[in-house]
Design a protein around this ligand. Structure first.
Ligand code: GLU
Ligand code: MG
Length: 462
């Protein structure tokens, strides 16, 4: 990731380069070129069908008004600034790709280009964003049978729930002891890849872990979400472990979030602190957060985009199931993080908790920025914050505080997205329609499925 080394130096020990992009179902797809082809790939791109824009999480395809069908070709163009040797996949390097038309012009369905466009939209207002996506995951032994260290899992893409490892208490040191080699190797791999980890901890559920990284510009934050997940999966594979980033892995257990942290900056000033607004926000930061708050229902169709997302997005699971904000409130969909007093200038931020890791991170960051900027343009203001768990208020209490449940199903979220002039404009018609088509087709795919079937079909895909 570091740009100090040249591309040739970073590729020195690599035989293969993985070029990734993320489709509208949130699946990371790849094309691989031999390391010797990197210059050609950067110059001309690598061929790829646009049909993946309407692929579903089970690899079936739907169609949409602008995108779909077997015809056409795009060029995957690696971003060599991000080229990173993969520490847990010796001989491999990775780079995220932009997708362009064959004549080199931007492709309207490219989610990474879209995220960059929203960053530019902020810049046109003199604003910039810093972002980070938290990664939660479950690690376990393949249910099909234990495998020896260094061997591939017998059923890596299988649907069966893994047998958890790391079985001590939530946040418990016992889990770290049990998994100490694995965790150390993970930290070492990420450090070797230039990823700045802030912290790592055993999460609430058995076998669940979480890692957070230092804020970066939004497109890099989305790239890192892809890179870090690949690294976690690869380190696990070296220990014969399987990894799940799915919103729900074991029935009714607490699931995996993919919380997004955002801070808004004007030049070198973090606008999320030092102001007169709630929690010390400046007026512009309040407008931005208010823009996020009012758009949360439609943002759920981007940030909690799978049928399984709504098995996780339930009250009293720290998932942020209510449309409200609160200072350091882990049950509010928007948790305002003021941070330690001496770190505020750098780190005060708003955390979007309702998102999970089935989201396409580029689409999500772009949509969050678009919603926040719409709030800035409108001078939107925040309602009073909510303290405590909104689930504990009665209906009258929630009504009085203006707190609503976020969508309870993907269908509810899609209904909000369909009406969203904000996101239609920001995504542009081709991408907006493709996203809608994928969401509708996944709803249809699981129309008659049991909860367990939805969980199983989503467990190892993202
Ligand atoms: N695992 C919770 C979720 O689904 C989040 C726990 C936390 O606040 O870190 O979002
Ligand atoms: Mg967590």
């Amino acid at each position: 990731m570091t740009t100090v080394m040249t591309t040739a130096q970073r590729l020195a020990a690599a035989d293969a380069l993985a070029l990734t992009w993320v489709d509208n179902a949130g699946i990371t797809r790849v094309k691989v070129v031999p390391a010797a082809r990197v210059d050609a790939a950067a110059r001309h791109g690598v061929g790829m069908s646009p049909v993946f824009d309407v692929f579903l999480l089970d690899d079936s395809a739907t169609s949409s008004p602008y995108i779909g069908g077997p015809t056409g070709d795009l060029r995957l163009v690696p971003d060599l600034e991000m080229l990173t040797p993969l520490a847990a996949q010796p001989g491999w390097a990775w780079a995220p790709a932009d997708r362009r038309a064959q004549d080199g012009t931007p492709y309207p369905g490219c989610q990474r280009t879209y995220a960059r466009r929203m960053v530019d939209r902020a810049a046109a207002r003199g604003l910039r964003l810093r972002a980070g996506i938290e990664i939660e995951w479950f690690v376990g032994r393949d249910a099909a049978g234990a495998v020896a260290v260094g061997e591939p899992a017998a059923d890596p893409g299988g649907a069966a729930a893994p047998v958890p490892v790391g079985v001590g208490p939530a946040y418990g040191m016992a889990r770290v002891v049990e998994l100490s080699d694995y965790l150390r190797e993970l930290l070492r791999a990420l450090a070797a890849q230039g990823v700045e980890v802030l912290q790592l901890h055993p999460e609430y559920s058995v076998g669940q872990l979480e890692l957070s990284t230092a804020p970066t510009d939004p497109v890099t934050a989305a790239d890192l979400s892809v890179l870090i997940r690949a690294t976690i999966r690869a380190v696990g594979a070296r220990y014969g472990l399987v990894t799940s980033f799915a919103p729900v892995v074991y029935g009714a257990d607490v699931g995996n979030g993919g919380h997004v942290h955002l801070s808004l900056w004007r030049e070198e000033r973090n606008l999320c602190q030092g102001g007169q607004g709630p929690g010390g926000m400046t007026a512009e930061a309040e407008h931005f957060v208010a823009g996020l708050l009012r758009a949360l229902p439609e943002l759920c169709a981007i940030g909690a985009p799978s049928v399984a997302s709504y098995l996780r997005l339930v009250p009293s699971h720290w998932a942020g199931a209510y449309q409200c904000w609160g200072l350091e409130n882990r049950e509010a969909a928007l948790r305002f993080v003021s941070g330690a007093v001496d770190e505020r200038a750098e780190l005060a931020n708003v955390e979007v908790k309702c998102a999970d890791l089935t989201a396409n991170p580029y689409l999500l960051l772009g949509a969050l920025i678009a919603a926040g900027l719409a709030g800035v343009d409108a001078g939107a203001t925040l309602p009073p914050q909510v303290t405590g768990d909104p689930a504990l208020l009665d209906d009258a209490g929630r009504e009085a505080s203006g707190v609503r449940r976020l969508p309870r199903s993907l269908a509810d979220a899609v209904a909000a997205l369909e009406k969203s002039a904000l996101l239609r404009e920001a995504l542009g018609d081709p991408m907006f329609e493709a996203v809608l088509a994928v969401r509708r087709a996944e709803i249809e795919l699981f129309a008659n499925a049991t909860t367990e079937q939805v969980v199983a079909a989503t467990r190892f895909r993202h």
